[in-house]
Design a protein around this ligand. Sequence first.
Ligand code: ATP
Ligand code: MG
Length: 156
Amino acid sequence: RVDLRTVVSEVVERLRPVAEGKGLFLNLEQPAGPLDVYCDPADLDRLAVNLVGNAVKYTASGGVRVSLAMAGDRVRLEVVDTGIGIPREALPSLFNEFYRASNAKAAGESGTGLGLAIVKLLVGRYGGEIGVASEEGKGTTMTVTLPPSPGSRNPA
Ligand code: ATP
Ligand code: MG
């Protein structure tokens, strides 16, 4: 049983120097009570570092807001950025291995295109779901929902 707040706050602090080096804000909103999931913490770390890392990488001004909350009977991680966004035609391929959108390449940011494929695998492993909302030139929101751990102490 892992409190999502512990893993995600560690990831945010690890990425803070990168965000601040680019002059970006990096905010974390989380509830006072636990958000327990039943996961390998290393998997959760990898999931969060890929999503928050992408948000920081693909944002040149403004910043990134990470929020944790209960959403119905699920635990939700949301990463919202004010970055380059994702072209509509790229959305169907986004989670494919090695896929990178044209505007990401044009922005001169390097990457292998594996991060989101790994995120999708991990989300599936734990019976979760991932959703993307994005507008090119405006920003991106990535939302992951996970089942709470059995016998969790999570608030309703
Ligand atoms: P890496 O394997 O190093 O993570 P990557 O970041 O290019 O490389 P993914 O994390 O798999 O690869 O993301 C795939 C593509 O999705 C990116 O290349 C980019 O086009 C797009 N993308 C993902 N997250 C964002 C985001 N927050 N804003 C804009 N584009 C994004
Ligand atoms: Mg990535």
